[in-house]
Design a protein around this ligand. Sequence first.
Ligand SMILES: [Zn+2]
Length: 81
Amino acid sequence: MNNGPFPWVVTKEELEQAPTGAFVECADCLGDNRALRDGDDPLRWARDHVAMLPHHNRFRVVTLKNFSIASVLSPTPDSAR
Ligand SMILES: [Zn+2]
């Protein structure tokens, strides 16, 4: 299971084991967000954001899991099977 930030996945178990990430975003902006790493405080980013744009006070923390699967153009490497 290795394909940089988008690991190859074949089984549901591999998908469950894929690393997760998270970001905080402003619900009132299109695309303004900050990736969250261990120890990052989403409230700090939200407070800085609302200080610049006082009418932007709705936020969400989004967790995600990147993965790749085989296609005709990019077959899964044998090591991932
Ligand atoms: Zn905003």
